[in-house]
Design a binder for this molecule. Structure first.
Ligand code: 13P
Length: 343
């Protein structure tokens, strides 16, 4: 493990003004996204869509530090034969790869999941490094929408797997993004999300320590502390910012360089406003850089604008560039509602 190199990458992933594009939808998820715009999920369509994003020069150069890819995409070429990984590198951005095999039913725990993918991971990581990946992602899913969940068993098995994955990544000189996502599905209030997120993060960092993972070469991808989607009184922007920062200060060690949020089903503007408020109001209270690793909150607008039609490429790229720019501004607390509307 070259910790100096890993640390450089982990820092670059949340450089001021920049964050990550999560474009690693599995075959099932990208099909759902394409279904929503009436486009068939063929290999060529997936390539065309992602190539369009990676060729959005302004966004990629100015606001996107890295791109998380799916196994198919890291091996794919653009229409003109250039490897998609090369397009990303040419724009000064870092290629990354989703390496988990998805969340599966957790035995003996109805309604709960554990993420699989450890078998053969060492060999896959070595191959991904050769293909150009310098960071990886593994997502654990913690559902809190139900009686008696999450169980301690669900959290313990998921953080154990996250730490095993992270240790293997570092051995392969790949920065692990550890993603323990507490879902926002349900009608719970923000304090319930706070409690489960704090417990999950503390359990995760205990396990990373136990398995000798170097935090200096690790990136955390968490949920924000936020009300459930169906909560009757959803907390406002300043409460989300205050409680998220308070929770992380209690649970996330200062040795970790970078935190990049998932968007998790927030609206585009919510995801931007929350990140902005944290950086605008609490920058001097946080030892880590706070940025984004959004999937839906970066892609919903361009996906809709594109709708599978070549004549819409420019409009879709403009939509992507706008969201990337707004989120880039949020990493330094410089976003405002006025800038959002002025575009
Ligand atoms: P969302 O931002 O759409 O939640 O996706 C981010 C991600 O990569 C989830 O693993």
């Amino acid at each position: 493990m070259n910790l100096i190199e890993l640390n450089k990458i982990a820092v670059a992933m949340a450089a001021p003004g920049k964050g990550i594009l999560a474009a690693d939808e599995s075959s099932g998820t990208i099909k759902k996204r394409f279904d929503s715009i009436g486009v068939e999920s063929t290999e060529d369509n997936r390539r065309d869509y992602r190539e369009m994003l990676f060729r959005t020069d302004e966004a990629m150069r100015e606001s996107i530090s890295g791109v998380i890819l799916f196994d198919e995409t890291i091996r794919q070429n653009a229409a003109d034969g250039t490897p998609l990984v090369q397009l990303i590198k040419d724009a000064g951005s870092i290629p990354g790869i989703k390496v988990d095999k998805g969340a599966k039913d957790l035995a003996g725990a109805p309604g709960e999941k554990v993420t699989e993918g450890l078998d053969g991971l060492r060999e896959r990581l070595n191959e991904y490094y050769e293909l150009g990946a310098r960071f990886a992602k593994w997502r654990a899913v913690i559902d809190i929408n139900g009686a008696d969940i999450p169980s301690g068993y669900c959290i313990a098995t998921n953080v154990h797997a996250l730490a095993r994955y992270a240790a293997l990544c570092q051995e392969a000189n790949i920065v692990p993004i550890v993603e323990p996502e507490v879902l926002m599905d349900g009608d719970h209030d923000i304090d319930r999300c706070y409690d489960v997120t704090e417990f999950t993060l503390k359990s995760l960092f205990d396990e990373l320590y136990a398995q000798d993972v170097a935090l200096e070469g690790t990136v955390l991808k968490p949920n924000m502390v936020i009300s459930g989607k169906k909560s009757e009184n959803r907390a406002g922007v300043s409460e989300v910012a205050e409680k998220t920062v308070r929770c992380f200060r209690a649970a996330v060690p200062a040795a970790l360089p970078s935190i990049v949020f998932l968007s998790g089903g927030q609206s585009d503007e919510e995801a931007t406003a929350h990140l902005n408020a944290m950086n605008a109001e609490y920058a001097d209270k946080m030892p880590w850089a706070l940025s984004f690793s959004y999937g839906r909150a970066l892609q919903a607008a361009p996906l809709q604008a594109w709708s599978g039609k070549p004549e819409n490429v420019a409009a879709a790229q403009a939509a992507f560039a706008h969201r990337a720019k707004m989120n880039g501004l949020a990493t330094t607390g410089e976003w405002s509602d006025g800038l959002e509307k002025a575009a």
